[in-house]
Design a protein around this ligand. Structure first.
Ligand code: NAP
Ligand code: F7E
Length: 346
């Protein structure tokens, strides 16, 4: 049997890196789209990189951008994927208030460009859209597939548009196109300005004596936080069904930002109240107060069930930060040992 071929947009992001690992483990040939930057943005997938000249290479990267539909169509024509996982987006909710137009263009219209490129090339591939619990916004918890959307940010609004255009291509053109409505999922690979990673980093650095305080915004917001490495399995499962459908993916438990802060600092034996300060810069013009997902459909149909909840997630993220600090301290020591001693002053 020939290996399946997947195309991942956003392969350099948190989820893209875990998904690429999963698909390579399953024997897929994986193609990823990387946007051009002036510095390397491939740190999260460096461990997966293979020289593409190698006859056994199964990971291939291409420059491309969600704002460039012609390029997307060209890549689809070249790669001829069986499955497309569309993960690329401007994914930061707070930033979407500063850059609403850009967020609409990439996070919203980017999905239409990709779907239209698939259609114009005439591919019959399966399509996964990275939808988000931010679409529910102000809708009271628990939220499931039938909960009406009430987004509270330009990001949430763009994701609602992308959700509906995905459903529209399914209904209008019979495409196997699905929405995974994922609640917050985190990991040591999370971007450093999302609250879980920011706090885990701060707890480890405070413990190591490298900083004393961290500035945060709203501590009352509640989120359903799961572990990203487990969530990418649900994405894959959604594309392996007989019929396309949309699924909520969540743990079904909710914790406040304050709880998460407490779990991180307690793990290193510190009282968070001594190290957290308020900064209004991190507040949002409109907030999402309470998200708790009901993932019973995913459990029943896909057989997907999460195992990591917020307290364990906090501990594993802080441990990863401590390991990174130890690793860089070790590198510094090794570098110092190799240095030629400075000549003694006379
Ligand atoms: P992430 O770490 O921010 O990764 C986003 C990816 O999109 C990165 O690879 C980024 O490239 C790429 N990208 C951004 N703008 C692009 C553009 N104009 N053209 C091409 N690529 C572009 O996000 P994530 O946490 O992995 O999330 C993956 C997807 O799931 C996103 O669509 C996000 O909105 C959605 N989602 C996330 C969560 C969550 O809790 N993590 C929950 C629900 C839905 P660079 O590496 O160069 O920045
Ligand atoms: O904020 C509060 C903030 O930025 C969580 C994205 O992956 O998940 C993510 O969106 C909460 C909010 O994630 C700070 O006000 C307090 O209530 O970590 P976050 P998010 O906005 O929930 C959804 C599902 C996605 O789809 C998105 O792509 O934490 N908060 N103080 C703070 N948040 C940040 N970032 N920084 C603070 O200092």
């Amino acid at each position: 049997m020939t290996a399946k071929t997947a195309l991942i947009t956003g392969i350099t992001g948190q989820d893209g890196s875990y998904l690429a690992e999963l698909l390579l483990d399953k024997g897929y040939v994986v193609h990823g789209i990387v946007r051009r930057a002036s510095t390397f943005n491939t740190q999260r997938i460096e461990h997966l990189y293979e020289d593409p000249h190698h006859p056994q290479a199964r990971l291939f990267l291409y420059y491309g951008d969600l704002t460039d539909g012609t390029r997307l169509a060209g890549l689809l024509e070249k790669v001829q994927p069986d499955e497309v996982y569309h993960l690329a987006a401007q994914s930061h909710v707070r930033v979407s208030f500063d850059e609403p137009e850009f967020t609409g263009n990439t996070t919203g219209l980017g999905t239409t460009r990709l779907l239209e490129a698939i259609r114009s090339v005439g591919l019959s591939c399966r399509f996964y859209q990275a939808s988000s619990s931010e679409m529910f916004g102000a809708a009271p918890p628990p939220q499931c597939e039938t909960t009406p959307f009430h987004p509270r940010s330009p990001y949430g609004v763009a994701k609602v548009y992308a959700y509906w255009v995905t459903r529209n291509y399914r209904e209008a053109y019979g495409m196997y196109a699905v929405n995974g409505i994922l609640f917050n999922h985190e990991s040591p690979r999370r971007g450093p300005t999302f609250v879980t990673r920011k706090v885990a980093t701060a707890a480890a650095r405070v413990k190591a004596g490298l900083q004393d305080v961290v500035y945060l915004g709203n501590l009352d917001a509640r989120r359903d936080w799961g572990y990203a490495a487990e969530y990418v399995e649900a994405m894959w499962l959604m594309l392996q069904q007989d019929e396309p459908n949309d699924y909520v993916v969540a743990t079904g438990t909710s914790h406040s930002v304050r709880d998460f802060v407490e779990y991180c600092f307690a793990h290193v034996g510190l009282d968070w109240r001594d190290h957290v300060r308020f900064d209004a810069r991190y507040l949002r013009p409109s907030e999402v107060d309470d998200l708790v997902g009901d993932a019973s459909l995913a459990e029943r149909v896909l057989g997907w069930r999460p195992t990591v909840r917020a307290p364990e997630l906090a501990r594993l993220m802080v441990d990863a930060e401590l390991d990174m600090l130890r690793h860089s301290a070790g590198l510094m020591d090794a570098a110092t040992e190799r240095m030629v001693p400075a000549p003694t002053a006379r």
